[in-house]
Ligand binder design. Structure first.
Ligand SMILES: Nc1ncnc2c1ncn2[C@@H]1O[C@H](COP(=O)(O)OP(=O)(O)OP(=O)(O)O)[C@@H](O)[C@H]1O
Ligand SMILES: [Mg+2]
Length: 501
Protein backbone atom coordinates (compact mmCIF):
# COMPACT_ATOMS: atom_id res chain seq x y z
CA UNK A 1 0.00 0.00 0.00
CA UNK A 2 1.34 3.38 -0.91
CA UNK A 3 0.11 6.85 -0.26
CA UNK A 4 -0.43 9.43 -2.93
CA UNK A 5 -3.67 11.26 -2.30
CA UNK A 6 -4.02 13.84 0.47
CA UNK A 7 -6.03 12.62 3.38
CA UNK A 8 -7.62 14.44 6.27
CA UNK A 9 -6.14 13.58 9.69
CA UNK A 10 -8.06 13.27 12.93
CA UNK A 11 -7.90 15.85 15.69
CA UNK A 12 -6.02 13.42 17.95
CA UNK A 13 -3.37 12.82 15.30
CA UNK A 14 -3.02 16.52 14.69
CA UNK A 15 -2.45 17.09 18.41
CA UNK A 16 0.19 14.36 18.49
CA UNK A 17 1.90 15.85 15.47
CA UNK A 18 1.87 19.37 16.88
CA UNK A 19 3.44 18.10 20.08
CA UNK A 20 6.07 16.30 18.03
CA UNK A 21 6.86 19.45 16.05
CA UNK A 22 7.40 21.40 19.26
CA UNK A 23 9.71 18.78 20.72
CA UNK A 24 11.72 18.40 17.53
CA UNK A 25 12.23 22.08 16.96
CA UNK A 26 13.39 22.64 20.53
CA UNK A 27 16.24 20.10 20.36
CA UNK A 28 19.56 20.86 18.67
CA UNK A 29 21.71 18.21 20.28
CA UNK A 30 22.10 15.28 17.84
CA UNK A 31 21.80 12.32 20.19
CA UNK A 32 18.84 13.78 22.08
CA UNK A 33 17.15 14.69 18.81
CA UNK A 34 17.29 11.25 17.19
CA UNK A 35 16.08 9.63 20.37
CA UNK A 36 13.17 12.07 20.62
CA UNK A 37 12.20 11.41 17.01
CA UNK A 38 12.23 7.63 17.49
CA UNK A 39 10.03 8.04 20.57
CA UNK A 40 7.68 10.43 18.78
CA UNK A 41 7.31 8.03 15.84
CA UNK A 42 5.81 5.50 18.25
CA UNK A 43 3.63 8.08 19.95
CA UNK A 44 2.23 9.57 16.76
CA UNK A 45 1.42 6.23 15.12
CA UNK A 46 0.68 4.41 18.41
CA UNK A 47 3.27 1.77 17.49
CA UNK A 48 5.12 -0.78 19.62
CA UNK A 49 8.61 -0.16 18.25
CA UNK A 50 10.49 2.28 16.04
CA UNK A 51 13.92 2.90 14.53
CA UNK A 52 15.62 6.03 13.31
CA UNK A 53 18.29 5.20 10.73
CA UNK A 54 20.60 7.42 8.72
CA UNK A 55 21.77 6.72 5.20
CA UNK A 56 25.47 6.90 4.37
CA UNK A 57 26.48 9.50 1.79
CA UNK A 58 27.28 6.67 -0.63
CA UNK A 59 23.64 5.53 -0.29
CA UNK A 60 24.76 1.94 0.39
CA UNK A 61 24.19 1.51 4.09
CA UNK A 62 21.60 2.40 6.67
CA UNK A 63 22.76 2.72 10.29
CA UNK A 64 20.35 2.64 13.23
CA UNK A 65 20.97 5.68 15.44
CA UNK A 66 18.06 5.31 17.84
CA UNK A 67 15.39 2.70 18.53
CA UNK A 68 12.51 2.12 20.90
CA UNK A 69 10.46 -0.97 21.75
CA UNK A 70 11.08 -4.10 23.84
CA UNK A 71 14.23 -5.12 21.95
CA UNK A 72 15.14 -1.72 20.51
CA UNK A 73 18.39 -1.14 22.38
CA UNK A 74 20.05 -4.05 20.58
CA UNK A 75 19.36 -2.40 17.22
CA UNK A 76 21.32 0.76 17.97
CA UNK A 77 24.60 0.89 16.09
CA UNK A 78 23.76 -1.91 13.65
CA UNK A 79 23.91 -1.23 9.96
CA UNK A 80 22.59 -3.01 6.90
CA UNK A 81 22.31 -2.95 3.14
CA UNK A 82 20.20 0.06 2.18
CA UNK A 83 18.52 -1.72 -0.73
CA UNK A 84 16.94 -4.50 1.33
CA UNK A 85 13.85 -4.87 3.44
CA UNK A 86 10.98 -2.47 3.85
CA UNK A 87 13.36 0.29 4.96
CA UNK A 88 15.31 -0.36 1.76
CA UNK A 89 12.12 -0.09 -0.28
CA UNK A 90 11.43 3.33 1.22
CA UNK A 91 14.94 4.41 0.16
CA UNK A 92 14.74 2.88 -3.34
CA UNK A 93 11.32 4.31 -4.17
CA UNK A 94 11.62 7.51 -2.13
CA UNK A 95 8.10 6.84 -0.82
CA UNK A 96 6.49 5.92 2.48
CA UNK A 97 5.59 2.22 2.60
CA UNK A 98 3.05 0.34 4.68
CA UNK A 99 3.08 -3.47 4.93
CA UNK A 100 -0.07 -4.61 6.79
CA UNK A 101 1.07 -8.22 7.12
CA UNK A 102 4.76 -8.96 6.88
CA UNK A 103 4.21 -12.71 6.47
CA UNK A 104 2.65 -12.06 3.09
CA UNK A 105 5.31 -9.61 1.93
CA UNK A 106 8.36 -10.58 -0.11
CA UNK A 107 10.37 -7.47 0.64
CA UNK A 108 10.26 -8.07 4.40
CA UNK A 109 13.66 -9.08 5.82
CA UNK A 110 13.50 -10.10 9.45
CA UNK A 111 17.09 -8.98 10.14
CA UNK A 112 16.25 -5.49 8.97
CA UNK A 113 12.58 -4.95 9.59
CA UNK A 114 12.22 -6.80 12.89
CA UNK A 115 12.97 -3.54 14.54
CA UNK A 116 12.68 -4.54 18.15
CA UNK A 117 9.02 -5.42 18.48
CA UNK A 118 8.21 -8.75 20.15
CA UNK A 119 6.83 -10.34 17.02
CA UNK A 120 6.59 -8.18 13.97
CA UNK A 121 3.24 -8.24 12.20
CA UNK A 122 2.88 -4.91 10.49
CA UNK A 123 5.49 -2.36 9.46
CA UNK A 124 5.69 1.17 8.03
CA UNK A 125 8.73 3.02 6.76
CA UNK A 126 9.13 6.59 5.54
CA UNK A 127 12.20 8.18 3.95
CA UNK A 128 13.66 11.30 5.51
CA UNK A 129 14.24 13.68 2.64
CA UNK A 130 16.20 16.89 2.82
CA UNK A 131 16.59 19.03 -0.31
CA UNK A 132 15.60 16.13 -2.57
CA UNK A 133 18.20 13.88 -0.97
CA UNK A 134 17.32 10.87 1.17
CA UNK A 135 19.25 11.11 4.42
CA UNK A 136 17.56 8.38 6.45
CA UNK A 137 14.51 6.25 7.21
CA UNK A 138 11.98 6.25 10.01
CA UNK A 139 10.42 2.84 10.59
CA UNK A 140 7.69 1.66 13.00
CA UNK A 141 6.24 -1.79 13.78
CA UNK A 142 2.96 -3.13 15.23
CA UNK A 143 0.04 -1.01 16.35
CA UNK A 144 -0.20 -1.20 20.14
CA UNK A 145 -3.90 -2.14 19.90
CA UNK A 146 -2.97 -4.95 17.48
CA UNK A 147 -4.92 -3.40 14.62
CA UNK A 148 -3.21 -2.67 11.30
CA UNK A 149 -1.65 0.65 10.36
CA UNK A 150 -3.90 2.66 8.07
CA UNK A 151 -3.59 5.45 5.52
CA UNK A 152 -3.71 8.07 8.23
CA UNK A 153 -0.83 6.49 10.15
CA UNK A 154 1.26 6.36 7.02
CA UNK A 155 0.57 10.00 6.32
CA UNK A 156 1.51 10.93 9.89
CA UNK A 157 4.76 9.00 9.65
CA UNK A 158 5.58 10.72 6.37
CA UNK A 159 5.02 14.17 7.84
CA UNK A 160 7.06 13.28 10.92
CA UNK A 161 9.88 11.96 8.72
CA UNK A 162 10.03 15.17 6.75
CA UNK A 163 10.14 17.27 9.94
CA UNK A 164 12.83 14.93 11.24
CA UNK A 165 14.92 15.39 8.11
CA UNK A 166 15.04 19.17 8.52
CA UNK A 167 15.78 18.91 12.23
CA UNK A 168 18.51 16.32 11.67
CA UNK A 169 20.21 18.54 9.11
CA UNK A 170 20.05 21.52 11.49
CA UNK A 171 21.45 19.52 14.37
CA UNK A 172 24.26 18.24 12.15
CA UNK A 173 25.26 21.73 11.05
CA UNK A 174 25.01 22.86 14.65
CA UNK A 175 27.33 20.07 15.82
CA UNK A 176 29.77 20.83 13.02
CA UNK A 177 29.82 24.53 13.79
CA UNK A 178 30.26 23.84 17.48
CA UNK A 179 33.19 21.56 16.75
CA UNK A 180 34.78 24.21 14.56
CA UNK A 181 34.13 26.92 17.10
CA UNK A 182 35.66 24.85 19.87
CA UNK A 183 38.71 24.08 17.75
CA UNK A 184 39.19 27.71 16.80
CA UNK A 185 38.73 28.91 20.35
CA UNK A 186 41.28 26.41 21.58
CA UNK A 187 43.82 27.37 18.96
CA UNK A 188 43.32 31.08 19.66
CA UNK A 189 43.63 30.61 23.41
CA UNK A 190 47.23 29.43 23.02
CA UNK A 191 49.92 32.05 22.55
CA UNK A 192 51.92 31.97 19.35
CA UNK A 193 54.24 34.86 20.00
CA UNK A 194 57.78 33.68 19.35
CA UNK A 195 60.22 35.73 21.37
CA UNK A 196 63.89 36.09 20.46
CA UNK A 197 66.02 37.56 17.72
CA UNK A 198 69.05 35.30 17.51
CA UNK A 199 70.23 34.54 13.96
CA UNK A 200 69.32 30.85 14.49
CA UNK A 201 65.74 31.68 15.46
CA UNK A 202 65.38 34.14 12.56
CA UNK A 203 66.59 31.50 10.17
CA UNK A 204 64.02 29.05 11.55
CA UNK A 205 61.17 31.56 11.22
CA UNK A 206 62.14 32.31 7.62
CA UNK A 207 61.84 28.60 6.85
CA UNK A 208 58.49 28.48 8.66
CA UNK A 209 57.15 31.35 6.56
CA UNK A 210 58.29 29.62 3.41
CA UNK A 211 56.69 26.27 4.24
CA UNK A 212 53.47 27.79 5.66
CA UNK A 213 52.12 28.71 2.24
CA UNK A 214 52.55 25.16 0.94
CA UNK A 215 50.66 22.02 1.90
CA UNK A 216 53.82 20.04 2.58
CA UNK A 217 54.05 17.83 5.66
CA UNK A 218 56.44 19.25 8.20
CA UNK A 219 58.55 17.35 10.70
CA UNK A 220 59.77 19.43 13.61
CA UNK A 221 62.61 18.02 15.68
CA UNK A 222 64.26 19.47 18.74
CA UNK A 223 65.00 18.86 22.39
CA UNK A 224 62.26 18.99 24.98
CA UNK A 225 60.92 22.47 25.69
CA UNK A 226 62.52 24.16 22.68
CA UNK A 227 59.18 25.40 21.30
CA UNK A 228 58.22 22.72 18.75
CA UNK A 229 54.50 23.10 19.39
CA UNK A 230 54.81 26.87 19.27
CA UNK A 231 56.50 26.59 15.87
CA UNK A 232 53.73 24.27 14.63
CA UNK A 233 51.07 26.81 15.70
CA UNK A 234 53.07 29.58 14.07
CA UNK A 235 53.08 27.70 10.74
CA UNK A 236 49.33 27.08 10.99
CA UNK A 237 48.61 30.75 11.67
CA UNK A 238 50.82 31.82 8.79
CA UNK A 239 49.11 29.40 6.38
CA UNK A 240 45.93 29.67 4.35
CA UNK A 241 44.43 27.17 6.77
CA UNK A 242 44.48 29.71 9.61
CA UNK A 243 40.69 30.01 9.78
CA UNK A 244 40.24 26.26 10.20
CA UNK A 245 41.20 24.40 13.40
CA UNK A 246 44.66 23.45 14.61
CA UNK A 247 44.16 20.06 16.24
CA UNK A 248 46.92 18.58 18.41
CA UNK A 249 47.22 14.86 19.11
CA UNK A 250 49.62 13.55 21.70
CA UNK A 251 50.79 10.23 20.28
CA UNK A 252 52.47 9.27 23.58
CA UNK A 253 49.39 9.52 25.78
CA UNK A 254 47.34 7.01 23.84
CA UNK A 255 47.16 3.26 23.66
CA UNK A 256 46.87 1.37 20.39
CA UNK A 257 43.05 1.18 20.23
CA UNK A 258 42.53 4.60 21.77
CA UNK A 259 44.86 6.20 19.27
CA UNK A 260 42.92 4.76 16.37
CA UNK A 261 39.57 5.93 17.63
CA UNK A 262 41.11 9.24 18.63
CA UNK A 263 42.53 9.81 15.14
CA UNK A 264 39.74 8.30 13.07
CA UNK A 265 36.72 8.47 15.40
CA UNK A 266 34.35 5.63 16.10
CA UNK A 267 30.83 4.48 15.45
CA UNK A 268 28.42 3.58 18.20
CA UNK A 269 29.22 0.40 20.05
CA UNK A 270 32.38 -0.34 18.06
CA UNK A 271 34.23 -1.28 21.23
CA UNK A 272 33.45 -1.36 24.92
CA UNK A 273 32.94 2.08 26.33
CA UNK A 274 32.20 3.73 23.01
CA UNK A 275 28.62 4.79 23.49
CA UNK A 276 28.08 7.34 20.83
CA UNK A 277 29.52 8.13 17.45
CA UNK A 278 32.53 10.36 17.86
CA UNK A 279 34.50 12.29 15.35
CA UNK A 280 38.21 11.65 15.20
CA UNK A 281 40.94 14.25 15.16
CA UNK A 282 41.32 13.88 11.39
CA UNK A 283 37.70 14.92 10.92
CA UNK A 284 37.94 17.71 13.49
CA UNK A 285 40.97 19.13 11.69
CA UNK A 286 39.20 19.17 8.31
CA UNK A 287 40.66 21.97 6.13
CA UNK A 288 43.03 22.79 9.00
CA UNK A 289 46.18 21.37 10.54
CA UNK A 290 46.66 18.13 12.47
CA UNK A 291 49.59 18.31 14.85
CA UNK A 292 51.04 14.88 15.68
CA UNK A 293 53.06 15.54 18.82
CA UNK A 294 55.57 13.03 20.18
CA UNK A 295 55.52 11.16 16.89
CA UNK A 296 58.40 8.92 17.98
CA UNK A 297 56.11 7.24 20.53
CA UNK A 298 53.77 5.70 17.91
CA UNK A 299 53.72 1.90 17.81
CA UNK A 300 54.74 0.27 14.53
CA UNK A 301 51.21 -0.94 13.93
CA UNK A 302 49.74 2.51 14.25
CA UNK A 303 52.54 3.91 12.12
CA UNK A 304 51.33 1.66 9.30
CA UNK A 305 47.73 2.86 9.65
CA UNK A 306 48.79 6.47 9.75
CA UNK A 307 50.90 6.04 6.64
CA UNK A 308 47.93 4.60 4.73
CA UNK A 309 45.75 7.58 5.62
CA UNK A 310 48.46 10.03 4.65
CA UNK A 311 48.91 8.35 1.29
CA UNK A 312 45.27 7.76 0.43
CA UNK A 313 43.86 10.78 2.25
CA UNK A 314 40.90 8.71 3.39
CA UNK A 315 39.93 6.64 6.41
CA UNK A 316 37.12 4.70 8.04
CA UNK A 317 35.88 5.30 11.60
CA UNK A 318 36.55 2.46 14.04
CA UNK A 319 33.62 0.05 13.68
CA UNK A 320 32.31 1.95 10.67
CA UNK A 321 32.08 1.24 6.97
CA UNK A 322 31.85 4.70 5.43
CA UNK A 323 35.01 6.05 3.82
CA UNK A 324 35.77 9.59 4.87
CA UNK A 325 38.03 11.83 2.81
CA UNK A 326 40.25 14.26 4.59
CA UNK A 327 41.88 17.51 3.66
CA UNK A 328 44.34 18.04 6.47
CA UNK A 329 47.84 19.38 6.68
CA UNK A 330 50.11 17.29 8.88
CA UNK A 331 52.75 18.76 11.14
CA UNK A 332 54.58 16.25 13.32
CA UNK A 333 57.05 16.81 16.14
CA UNK A 334 59.41 14.68 18.16
CA UNK A 335 62.37 14.98 20.49
CA UNK A 336 63.52 11.48 19.54
CA UNK A 337 66.20 10.62 17.07
CA UNK A 338 64.02 9.03 14.38
CA UNK A 339 66.98 8.01 12.21
CA UNK A 340 68.37 5.91 15.07
CA UNK A 341 64.92 4.48 15.68
CA UNK A 342 64.70 3.49 12.02
CA UNK A 343 68.05 1.75 12.24
CA UNK A 344 66.71 -0.20 15.24
CA UNK A 345 63.53 -1.08 13.36
CA UNK A 346 61.37 1.01 15.70
CA UNK A 347 60.24 3.57 13.17
CA UNK A 348 59.07 2.89 9.64
CA UNK A 349 61.25 4.36 6.90
CA UNK A 350 58.28 4.97 4.59
CA UNK A 351 56.42 6.99 7.23
CA UNK A 352 59.56 8.94 8.03
CA UNK A 353 60.09 9.96 4.41
CA UNK A 354 56.38 10.73 4.00
CA UNK A 355 56.38 13.13 6.97
CA UNK A 356 59.86 14.50 6.56
CA UNK A 357 59.01 16.39 3.36
CA UNK A 358 60.06 19.60 5.06
CA UNK A 359 62.28 19.07 8.11
CA UNK A 360 62.69 21.82 10.68
CA UNK A 361 65.09 21.76 13.60
CA UNK A 362 64.41 23.94 16.60
CA UNK A 363 67.84 24.64 18.14
CA UNK A 364 68.33 24.21 21.89
CA UNK A 365 68.45 27.38 23.92
CA UNK A 366 72.17 27.04 24.73
CA UNK A 367 72.91 27.37 21.00
CA UNK A 368 71.06 30.68 20.85
CA UNK A 369 71.98 32.30 24.11
CA UNK A 370 71.33 35.73 22.61
CA UNK A 371 67.59 34.93 22.87
CA UNK A 372 67.81 34.57 26.64
CA UNK A 373 67.71 38.28 27.43
CA UNK A 374 64.47 38.83 25.48
CA UNK A 375 62.91 35.62 26.80
CA UNK A 376 63.76 36.50 30.42
CA UNK A 377 62.23 39.92 30.06
CA UNK A 378 59.14 38.45 28.33
CA UNK A 379 58.52 35.83 31.02
CA UNK A 380 59.28 38.22 33.91
CA UNK A 381 56.85 40.79 32.61
CA UNK A 382 54.19 38.17 32.02
CA UNK A 383 54.63 36.66 35.48
CA UNK A 384 54.71 40.01 37.28
CA UNK A 385 51.50 41.04 35.52
CA UNK A 386 49.89 37.80 36.64
CA UNK A 387 51.22 37.47 40.19
CA UNK A 388 52.37 40.83 41.51
CA UNK A 389 51.47 43.97 39.64
CA UNK A 390 54.43 46.35 39.86
CA UNK A 391 57.12 46.21 37.21
CA UNK A 392 60.19 44.18 37.95
CA UNK A 393 63.70 44.83 36.58
CA UNK A 394 66.18 42.01 36.19
CA UNK A 395 69.61 42.90 37.62
CA UNK A 396 72.60 42.51 35.28
CA UNK A 397 74.15 39.96 37.69
CA UNK A 398 71.02 37.79 37.60
CA UNK A 399 70.83 38.06 33.82
CA UNK A 400 74.44 37.00 33.52
CA UNK A 401 73.79 33.83 35.51
CA UNK A 402 70.76 33.06 33.36
CA UNK A 403 72.69 33.62 30.16
CA UNK A 404 75.43 31.22 31.20
CA UNK A 405 73.15 28.46 32.45
CA UNK A 406 72.84 25.27 30.39
CA UNK A 407 69.01 25.10 30.13
CA UNK A 408 68.68 21.35 29.54
CA UNK A 409 64.91 21.85 29.72
CA UNK A 410 65.21 24.76 27.29
CA UNK A 411 62.57 27.48 27.14
CA UNK A 412 60.06 25.59 29.24
CA UNK A 413 62.63 25.38 32.03
CA UNK A 414 63.50 29.07 31.64
CA UNK A 415 59.83 29.96 31.81
CA UNK A 416 59.31 27.94 35.02
CA UNK A 417 62.44 29.40 36.61
CA UNK A 418 61.37 32.94 35.84
CA UNK A 419 57.87 32.41 37.21
CA UNK A 420 59.32 31.01 40.41
CA UNK A 421 61.88 33.79 40.74
CA UNK A 422 59.24 36.48 40.26
CA UNK A 423 57.32 34.93 43.17
CA UNK A 424 60.49 34.98 45.31
CA UNK A 425 61.23 38.65 44.63
CA UNK A 426 59.82 41.46 46.75
CA UNK A 427 61.27 44.80 45.62
CA UNK A 428 61.47 46.26 42.16
CA UNK A 429 64.57 44.30 41.12
CA UNK A 430 65.18 40.64 40.60
CA UNK A 431 68.56 39.74 42.17
CA UNK A 432 70.56 36.49 41.89
CA UNK A 433 69.32 35.44 45.33
CA UNK A 434 65.79 35.28 43.93
CA UNK A 435 66.85 32.58 41.48
CA UNK A 436 66.56 28.91 42.46
CA UNK A 437 69.63 27.80 44.50
CA UNK A 438 70.93 25.31 41.92
CA UNK A 439 71.02 28.07 39.32
CA UNK A 440 72.60 30.60 41.70
CA UNK A 441 75.28 28.00 42.38
CA UNK A 442 76.46 28.14 38.79
CA UNK A 443 77.46 31.79 39.08
CA UNK A 444 81.00 32.26 37.80
CA UNK A 445 82.24 35.61 39.01
CA UNK A 446 84.72 37.31 36.73
CA UNK A 447 84.91 40.81 37.99
CA UNK A 448 85.75 40.79 41.72
CA UNK A 449 84.50 44.35 42.20
CA UNK A 450 81.09 43.50 40.84
CA UNK A 451 81.03 40.23 42.72
CA UNK A 452 81.90 41.68 46.12
CA UNK A 453 79.08 44.19 45.79
CA UNK A 454 76.53 41.40 46.19
CA UNK A 455 75.74 39.41 49.28
CA UNK A 456 76.91 36.26 47.57
CA UNK A 457 80.06 37.96 46.40
CA UNK A 458 80.86 38.91 49.97
CA UNK A 459 80.22 35.41 51.24
CA UNK A 460 82.44 34.01 48.51
CA UNK A 461 85.23 36.45 49.31
CA UNK A 462 85.11 35.55 53.02
CA UNK A 463 85.30 31.83 52.33
CA UNK A 464 88.14 32.28 49.87
CA UNK A 465 90.06 34.36 52.41
CA UNK A 466 89.67 31.73 55.15
CA UNK A 467 90.72 28.94 52.82
CA UNK A 468 93.84 30.82 51.78
CA UNK A 469 94.67 31.61 55.39
CA UNK A 470 94.52 27.93 56.42
CA UNK A 471 96.31 26.62 53.32
CA UNK A 472 93.00 25.15 51.95
CA UNK A 473 92.53 22.97 55.02
CA UNK A 474 88.75 22.72 55.00
CA UNK A 475 88.31 21.68 58.67
CA UNK A 476 90.34 24.63 59.95
CA UNK A 477 88.75 27.11 57.56
CA UNK A 478 85.27 25.90 58.58
CA UNK A 479 86.07 26.25 62.28
CA UNK A 480 87.39 29.77 61.76
CA UNK A 481 84.19 30.70 59.92
CA UNK A 482 81.99 29.10 62.57
CA UNK A 483 80.30 26.71 60.09
CA UNK A 484 80.36 22.92 59.69
CA UNK A 485 82.70 21.27 57.25
CA UNK A 486 79.73 19.97 55.33
CA UNK A 487 78.39 23.51 55.01
CA UNK A 488 81.74 24.81 53.81
CA UNK A 489 82.07 22.06 51.19
CA UNK A 490 78.68 22.96 49.85
CA UNK A 491 79.72 26.63 49.50
CA UNK A 492 82.99 25.69 47.84
CA UNK A 493 81.01 23.78 45.21
CA UNK A 494 78.45 26.52 44.88
CA UNK A 495 81.06 29.24 44.27
CA UNK A 496 83.24 26.88 42.25
CA UNK A 497 86.30 27.64 44.38
CA UNK A 498 89.39 25.67 43.42
CA UNK A 499 92.72 25.37 45.14
CA UNK A 500 95.38 27.01 42.94
CA UNK A 501 97.99 24.66 41.45
N1 LIG B 1 60.56 31.55 21.36
C1 LIG B 1 59.64 31.47 22.33
N2 LIG B 1 59.04 32.58 22.77
C2 LIG B 1 58.14 32.52 23.76
N3 LIG B 1 57.75 31.39 24.36
C3 LIG B 1 58.31 30.25 23.96
C4 LIG B 1 59.28 30.22 22.92
N4 LIG B 1 59.66 28.95 22.71
C5 LIG B 1 58.96 28.21 23.59
N5 LIG B 1 58.15 28.97 24.34
C6 LIG B 1 57.26 28.52 25.43
O1 LIG B 1 57.93 27.46 26.09
C7 LIG B 1 57.03 26.40 26.42
C8 LIG B 1 57.48 25.13 25.73
O2 LIG B 1 57.25 25.22 24.32
P1 LIG B 1 56.62 24.03 23.48
O3 LIG B 1 55.56 23.35 24.26
O4 LIG B 1 56.28 24.54 22.14
O5 LIG B 1 57.92 23.09 23.43
P2 LIG B 1 58.10 21.63 22.84
O6 LIG B 1 59.32 21.66 22.01
O7 LIG B 1 56.83 21.20 22.19
O8 LIG B 1 58.39 20.81 24.16
P3 LIG B 1 58.22 19.21 24.42
O9 LIG B 1 59.23 18.50 23.57
O10 LIG B 1 58.53 19.09 25.86
O11 LIG B 1 56.82 18.88 24.07
C9 LIG B 1 55.68 26.86 25.98
O12 LIG B 1 55.02 27.45 27.07
C10 LIG B 1 55.97 27.91 24.92
O13 LIG B 1 54.94 28.87 24.85
MG1 LIG C 1 55.51 19.65 22.80
Amino acid sequence: MDIASPLAVSAASLTALTKAATTISSTLELDALVQAIARLACEVTRAEASTFSTLEKSGNKLTVNAATGPKGQAMVGTNFDATLGIAGQAVRTNRAVCVPDVRKDATFRSQIDDIGSRQTRTVMAAPMVHRAEIIGVLEVANRLDESNFGQEDLKLLRVLASMAAGALQNARSHAELQGKYKGLRESLAKPTQIVGDSPKLKELLTLCDRVASTNASVLIVGETGTGKELVARYIHRASRRRNAPFVPVNCAALTETLLESELFGHEKGSFTGAHAQRKGRFELAEKGTLFLDELGELSRQTQAKLLRVLQEKEFVRVGGTETIYSDVRIIAATNRHLKNMMADGLFRDDLYYRLNVFPLTVPPLRQRASDIRALVSHFVQKASREFRGPRLEVSPSALKILENYEWRGNIRELQNVMERSVLMSDGDTLWPEHLPPDIQATMIPEDEAEVSSTLHGQERALILKALQEYGWNQSKAARSLGVTRYHLRHRIRKYQLVKPE
